[in-house]
Design a binder for this molecule. Sequence first.
Ligand SMILES: Nc1nc2c(ncn2[C@@H]2O[C@H](COP(=O)(O)OP(=O)(O)OP(=O)(O)O)[C@@H](O)[C@H]2O)c(=O)[nH]1
Ligand SMILES: [Mg+2]
Length: 269
Amino acid sequence: MRKARRTIREHLRACDVVLEVLDARIPYTSRNPDLNALLGSKPRVVVLNKEDLADRVATSRWVRILEAGGHPAVPVCALDGTGIGELVRKVRRVLEVAGSVAAGRTPRAMVVGIPNVGKSALINALTGRRVAATGCRPGITRGKQWIRVGPYFELLDTPGILWPRLGDAEVGFKLAAVGAVKEEVLPVREAALWLVEWLRRYHPVSLEARYGAAHLSGAEMLQHIAHRRGFLLPGGRPDEDRAARAVLKDFREGQLGLVTLDLPDAFGE
Ligand SMILES: Nc1nc2c(ncn2[C@@H]2O[C@H](COP(=O)(O)OP(=O)(O)OP(=O)(O)O)[C@@H](O)[C@H]2O)c(=O)[nH]1
Ligand SMILES: [Mg+2]
């Protein structure tokens, strides 16, 4: 964490603007709590990535909340390019407003965000190329590389990886649900139970549509899914852990509808 912070600070010095990537399904929970201190007054544009998986109404309310907080925000789907043009326009505008780039110099930007929010996908979408490393190349030491984004600015080819917020159990479950925490370190069953209860409260229709039941409690739902899908342990007992993994996978792939887990109501709009 300390090393990550030092690397980001170093890269930041060379940048005129930062693209802060959040997961549109959890714009509050996916925000690194130390970023304000790290960035100071550096111009910033917030990217609400994976907008294709989030609730549309909640996303526009989040844009207003974030912009009221002082930073332009843009919903984006890095996979199909939705919002990329708007993002480039907003980056240019914050740079103009900041007026910190001398005439004739090309502004420089970098992407930051917690794991798995789509930083690499965003870099690829902005540059229109597959430049963001998806695998490691051992033995090759490379310096910083800047890639042009149209004629407007240059982007650092490696994003800054930020650590997620620590908090109560619910924070952990939300990060688990969207895949920001590795499955191995996850309490899979607890996360799935929490998600089922949450969906039962706010999106019962999606549960009904996907699993043919919305009234069941979390534990009953896992058994129901295990039976329906034939996830059985030797002896015929339902494999609830496998059902739990299936629920999380369904959610991440959008099979449980377009869902925002950080409700804008709870964050002051
Ligand atoms: N549905 C959807 N999936 C996305 C979007 N952007 C990225 N993904 C997927 O999310 C996963 C993570 O994307 P990456 O670009 O590798 O995320 P990252 O932030 O670079 O992740 P790390 O390098 O592990 O920190 C991949 O499976 C992407 O295909 C998006 O806008 N919509
Ligand atoms: Mg990456």
